[in-house]
Design a protein. Structure first.
Length: 814
């Protein structure tokens, strides 16, 4: 029996949804035998701000797209490649997308894509591992045609004269094949940044190549299909003293409107980054690359400035920088491209941190981020631009935007179905299906069961490993960098700004835990299994506690005096919440059995001075993992006596894998999941070996960052580099009853409704609830999940909950 004094009523808020016993229809779409992982979002994102050209609020605040390529022979077919390894295909001009090749390539980054000029089913792409893949069936199957370790292939050209003649430009030079990739010849040895084939002459090829002696990028031209190249430096950039500070690469832009017009976005630092900010200028040729000049006229005197690099001002702008007028910041070749209209050679888009447009051949520019006329949202950090006939596309750290190819202005975001959101933080609800998380590049997202699967809203933020859900009032969510929100609506409309009908701002946590995108740098917010406003979190090397839902925190324990020995994992026993385990980054495991008054260091079965991971089930079986790599025999352990002794669960199945996360499955016989960067396993007390649980995960997934069971629907979910994925739990859980109330002592007037909730381990399919409230004045219903109760006098009261589903029954009293 646990003491639970209640003398204050709390009124039900919008964060509760009352459910009767009839759950089948509501959850039927979650019921099934999903024996492999599948993506569940975000597939599209609504963002408050300016609507797009069509009046919608869909925004590219979703996924970092490195490269995009539209078929010339069938413009409805488009391929895109993501930072986190996803390769995507659209057959309806980017209105919808599907991933292709998830089971055939292990890429972490897709660098460039090229589609055959007359056959959209033949496609090539390169990845960060130095591989070039080819498909001949529209992406169903892929084969490697080239591999050189650490060669970042930035450009692929297919000769329009000969399908078997292919050129690839990368960090280790320029390579050529005349037999479709069976054999390759090295043409240029130095780093090559970009390669393009002349519009009306496939024998003419342009490539930008590093000159390691001058520390600049130069332009080379071939007129024999890439057999030989000659440098074309008449009018080209010549650094002061003959040598620049450093090379930064260059992008090439060509146009159907004038095959002899060539633009090059040249990057690097002539003097120093603090002056040049990685930008040299835009060079132009009107004679197919034979001679060059810089047309930019920043001071409007009618003459080209001819002043490479900085310093910058309003009359001499850094067009690749975060601030055109001051420079300020530039990410170099990583965020760079230049693409020219196919109908007017003077019209082009230039991408760096921001997006610029020129309508006069590079003489003047418009900042498209500042001059958007209230139309749409434009993500900074431009990765690639594609102009193909009547269509224009801008790929950025946020996703894909469709542009008008004539005005070169944005029309709308087109990312529906792309599952590459890179989650650094993740949390979810308990009885209401809500998922939240902070994303790399793209702020914080919220997804709920009412929005529809895959539909998300943006709620601000930068790129923090944040996002927390109130486990009792699931519609209340919290973020360290964008504040707290309460979801109030379910009308997910593309033409209505989310803040108007989907959420309100509420008071945020007074303190947030250690947050980091690396597995050894974050802590967590953990809820007392009895009282949802009692929270624990680790900040620096200290354990903090709140008894008012995060409005304030008090220090529970300071572990040593080294702030970098951060508190990481926190585990509270469901069967005895006074039992708490805490790990530190210095490799220490601590235990309290009296709610935090006294702590003892727990013996470890190995020598460790760094990160530990723990997970505790309601039978007080404690699992302990450390991120050792290789064939270590000390990766995962189990204790059945609160850490006094340990059983080694490491087997050869884990050889070559580094364990980065683990989580028990309650309601099983010792079931526990462990995960490495790309794989997951499961084991219970009846298994002699770890069971592979990775079926369906993308081979090239950019990391499993977090994972949690969602017992309500019998699912387990992971969040990481490819968004959020789910599948059925390895086995069904038996019910474990757990009554839930806001806090232990409630001190308001009698006669007002107190909200109770269910924090049970319970699949809600065919579930029933039976509550007993001795001494209560009124009970709204004893057979709903979350009844409202009143008491006529102050005092201490017991509460009993019995839960039942197809897997059994359980009862608990607090």
């Amino acid at each position: 029996m646990e003491d639970g004094s209640i003398n204050i009523p709390i009124k039900k808020s919008n964060s509760f949804s009352v459910l009767s016993n009839n759950n089948t229809s509501r959850f039927s779409n979650h019921i099934g035998n999903d024996d492999k992982w599948r993506p569940i979002g975000p597939f599209k994102v609504l963002k408050s701000g300016n609507p797009d050209y069509n009046g919608n609020y869909f925004a590219s605040s979703q996924v970092n797209i490195y490269t995009i390529e539209q078929s010339k022979s069938n413009p409805s077919v488009i391929y895109a490649g993501g930072e986190t390894g996803g390769l995507y295909k659209s057959v309806d001009k980017a209105l919808t997308w599907k991933s292709v090749g998830d089971d055939s390539h292990s890429s972490s980054n897709i660098l460039t894509i090229t589609i055959h000029p007359t056959n959209e089913n033949i496609v090539y792409f390169s990845n960060n591992l130095g591989e070039v893949f080819k498909t001949e069936d529209g992406g169903n199957t892929w084969n490697v045609i080239y591999f050189l370790h650490d060669n970042r292939i930035e450009g692929i050209v297919i000769s329009e004269n000969d399908d078997n003649l292919i050129l690839i430009a990368g960090s280790k030079g320029l390579y050529r094949t005349i037999d479709g990739g069976n054999t390759w010849t090295t043409i240029l040895d130095d780093r090559c940044w970009d390669i393009k084939q002349k519009i009306n002459d496939p024998n003419t090829v342009f490539v930008t190549k590093s000159n390691p002696n001058k520390k600049i990028t130069e332009i080379y031209k071939s007129i024999d299909g890439g057999k030989t190249f000659q440098k074309k430096d008449t009018g080209w950039f010549s650094p002061i003293g003959g040598t620049a500070k450093n090379d930064g690469g260059a992008r090439i832009g060509l146009t159907d409107a004038d095959p002899n017009r060539v633009y090059v976005l040249l990057l690097g630092n002539e003097v120093d980054y603090d002056i040049d900010y990685g930008y040299i200028g835009v060079y132009r040729s009107d004679d197919a690359g034979e001679t060059w000049y810089t047309p930019y006229d920043g001071n409007n005197d009618g003459l080209p400035d001819n002043n490479p690099g900085g310093p910058y001002s309003s009359s001499h702008q850094c067009l690749a920088c975060g601030s055109f007028n001051t420079g300020w910041y530039n990410q170099g070749f990583y965020d760079s491209d230049i693409e020219v209209s196919d109908t007017d050679p003077d019209h082009f888009l230039l991408g760096g941190i921001r997006l610029a447009r020129s309508f006069d051949g590079g003489i003047t520019y418009t900042d498209m981020m500042a001059q958007n006329n209230g139309i749409g949202y434009r993500h900074v950090d431009i990765q690639e631009i594609e102009i193909n006939g009547n269509d224009a596309w801008v790929a950025s750290d946020g996703g894909i935007d469709y542009y008008n190819a004539v005005t070169l202005d944005i029309i709308e975001s087109r990312n529906k179905g792309i599952d590459g959101s890179h989650f650094w933080g993740f949390d979810q609800g308990w009885n209401y299906d809500i998922m939240v998380g902070g994303k790399y590049h793209n702020g914080n997202s919220v997804l709920t069961e009412d929005f529809g699967e895959g539909n998300a809203i943006d709620v601000g933020g930068n790129e923090s490993a944040t996002g927390y859900v109130n486990k009792g009032e699931n519609k209340k969510v919290y973020f360290s960098d964008s504040g707290a929100r309460e979801i109030i609506g379910n009308n997910y409309q593309s033409n209505v700004s989310p803040w108007l009908n989907l959420y309100n701002n509420i008071s945020n946590y007074a303190l947030f835990p250690n947050e980091s995108y690396v597995f050894y740098g974050y802590s967590e917010v953990v809820t007392d299994p009895r009282y949802w406003n009692t929270l624990y979190l680790g900040k620096d090397h200290k354990l903090w506690k709140s008894e008012n839902g995060g409005s304030s925190f008090f220090l529970l324990k300071e572990f040593g005096n080294e702030s970098d020995h951060i508190v990481q994992s926190i585990e509270i026993s469901r069967s005895n919440p006074n039992l708490i385990f805490v790990t530190q980054r210095n490799g220490k495991l601590w235990k309290t059995e009296d709610g935090g008054n006294n702590w003892t260091e727990v013996y470890l079965p190995f020598s460790q001075d760094n990160t530990l991971f723990i997970s505790l089930n309601s039978d007080n079986e404690l699992y302990l993992a450390n991120p050792r790599s290789g064939n270590s025999t000390e990766k995962i352990f189990k204790s059945s006596d609160l850490g006094n002794s340990w059983e080694n669960l490491t087997t050869s199945k884990l050889n070559g894998h580094k364990i980065k996360h683990l989580h028990v499955q309650e309601g099983t016989d010792g079931g526990v999941y462990i995960a490495s960067f790309k794989y997951m396993w499961y084991k219970n007390n009846t298994h002699s070996e770890w069971q592979n649980f990775s079926h369906g995960l993308p081979v090239g997934s950019e990391g499993i960052m977090r994972f949690q069971p969602f017992y309500r629907d019998g699912k387990i979910r992971i969040a990481g580099g490819r968004g959020i994925w789910e599948r059925d739990l390895y086995e069904e859980s038996k019910p474990k009853a757990q009554p839930f109330v806001s806090r232990r002592k409630l001190n308001e007037c009698t006669g007002i409704e107190i909200q109770f909730e269910d924090f049970s381990i319970l699949n809600h399919h065919n579930a029933t609830w039976e509550w007993d409230f001795p001494g209560a004045a009124t009970v709204s219903s004893s057979t709903v999940r979350n009844p409202e109760v009143t008491y006529s006098s102050t005092g201490s009261y017991d509460v009993t909950l019995t839960v039942t589903n197809d897997n059994g029954m359980d009862t608990k009293t607090i």
